[in-house]
Design a protein around this ligand. Structure first.
Ligand SMILES: Cc1cc2nc3c(=O)[nH]c(=O)nc-3n(C[C@H](O)[C@H](O)[C@H](O)COP(=O)(O)OP(=O)(O)OC[C@H]3O[C@@H](n4cnc5c(N)ncnc54)[C@H](O)[C@@H]3O)c2cc1C
Length: 430
């Protein structure tokens, strides 16, 4: 699939929904007082929902509550770790959303009273809503790995699975690592945010080692036997990093070869796995994941994640609250930024329709996940999704994986990855 076709899919979906809703705007203006939507979380899902509700119906009063003044995208944070870009390039603010008339509040939501339709924040403020949107991203099950904890993650063994200070810490540790040292990564079990992300991270770090510290080694202790874009990563690791030979920079130990971790000793950065004991110079543990804490507090979760109606993203457990992004159960859509952005537009369309007493337009979603295996070698997986019998389904014959190795195509895939990054961040925050 080429860039034009991807761009077209994205524009046409947003356009189709938008066209159906602009017609309803006139109706909203006749509804007595202003309708109020409160969005919890100014990440990819939350910021996109806020922006598109305002775009589809400017008469709606939209408040976005987010604790941080800036948002660092996780996407392209692996390039920061690989030394191919700086933190500044993945930092975004909320000025663009404010200019569009969205009230952006810097605060943390501590409680949502679903019955009273009130959001409460750490600073003691309350916000009444007609509809609330919750997009708090993921939280971590630190306790699943004995020896690991939030305090350890923040002080010495970063997960860096939320971009920000931990990304910078991990990058500094990699820079300080001696040539000949060992980097150990522990990826999470399914389901987790960004299925190809750990393997893209390994590729990026390997590209840094290859250029600057060619005697370094990477060990992956994986609780899984397979992962996203498996064949493409394996092929790339063979071509760039000697994978499968005696000189391989990367050793991947899957679950059935003892990859499962039993415990860690954080002081010595030693990992005890079923396959044996591994001493790391730099250790990166990405713990198992679950919905963001506020989703649990509000009673939006069943198990680890939030069940939602696939047409509107309204919680099936709490009325008038919608959940988008990583916290929601939207499978077969992956937990990705592109999917969160796509879900958010559908959720915005649903909310504008519901608040205006209109029928929801037929939804459709799209996702593409790019990974850069080495400079000039990009790969991707893409899919289009539709709504059928109350569920999100994959559209047969849509999307697909990058084909056989062709250096020109791979360079173009890298270019598409960077242009996707520029487009999505402009779409979310611009
Ligand atoms: C290394 C890495 C690489 C990735 N690469 C890609 C990629 O190439 N392509 C792709 O599509 N996806 C990628 N992703 C995944 C993508 O980043 C996530 O899927 C996406 O950010 C999910 O959006 P979200 O809105 O659910 O969560 P987030 O974007 O994490 O936003 C959640 C927001 O909620 C806020 N929040 C949480 N609790 C509260 C509260 N109580 N009150 C107020 N605010 C709160 C947080 O501060 C945060 O800003 C990657 C992820 C990682 C880790």
């Amino acid at each position: 699939m080429n860039m034009n076709r991807r761009g077209f899919i994205k524009t046409s979906i947003a356009g189709a929904v938008g066209a159906a809703l602009y017609g309803s705007h006139a109706l909203a203006a006749h509804h007595g007082g202003k309708k109020r939507v409160v969005v919890v979380g100014g990440g990819i899902g939350g910021a996109t929902t806020a922006k598109y509700i305002k775009k589809y119906d400017p008469s709606i009063d939209v408040t976005l509550i987010e604790p941080n003044p800036h948002y660092y995208t996780c996407f392209m944070s692996n390039e920061v770790l690989g030394g191919h870009r700086q933190m500044d390039s993945i930092r975004f603010d909320y000025e663009g959303l404010k200019k569009k008339g969205i009230r952006v509040v810097q605060d943390t939501v501590t409680d949502i009273d679903a019955a009273g339709q009130i959001v409460r924040t750490a600073s003691g403020k309350t916000y009444q809503y007609d509809r609330c949107v919750v997009s708090p991203g993921v939280d971590f099950k630190y306790e699943a790995i004995p020896g690991y904890s939030k305090a350890v993650a923040e002080s010495s063994i970063p997960h860096a699975w939320k971009a920000g200070p931990q990304t910078e810490m991990l990058r500094k540790q990699l820079e300080a690592m001696p040539d000949g040292g060992t980097f150990v990564m522990v990826p999470p079990p399914n389901p987790f945010r960004c299925p190809p992300g750990p393997y893209e991270r390994v590729s990026q770090i390997a590209s840094y080692f290859k250029e600057h510290k060619p005697n370094c080694k990477i060990v992956i202790l994986d609780p899984k036997n397979k992962f996203s874009k498996f064949g493409l990563f394996m092929d790339g690791w063979k071509r760039h990093y000697g994978y499968g030979t005696d000189k391989s920079m990367i050793t991947w130990i899957p679950a059935d070869k003892g990859g499962k971790v039993i415990k860690i000793d954080p002081d010595t950065k030693t990992v005890h796995a079923e396959a044996g004991t591994f001493k790391a110079d730099v250790l990166n543990i990405i713990p198992p994941q679950k919905a963001g804490a506020i989703a649990f507090k509000t009673g939006l979760t069943k198990g680890d994640w939030c069940p939602v109606d696939h047409m509107t993203f309204e919680s099936t457990l709490k009325k008038n609250i919608h959940v988008v992004g990583d916290s929601s159960i939207a499978s077969p859509l992956p937990k990705s930024g592109y999917a969160a952005n796509s879900e958010a537009k559908i959720c915005a369309a649903a909310i504008v329709s519901l608040l205006n007493g209109k029928k929801m337009p037929e939804p459709s979603w799209v996702n593409t996940c790019y990974s850069i295996i080495a400079p000039g070698d990009g790969i991707s997986v893409a899919m289009v999704y539709a709504y059928e019998n109350g569920k999100i389904i994959k559209v047969k014959g849509s999307g697909g994986l990058t084909g056989k190795y062709d250096p020109e195509l791979r360079k173009r895939e890298e270019m598409y990855a960077h242009s996707w990054f520029n487009n999505i961040t402009a779409d979310v925050f611009g």
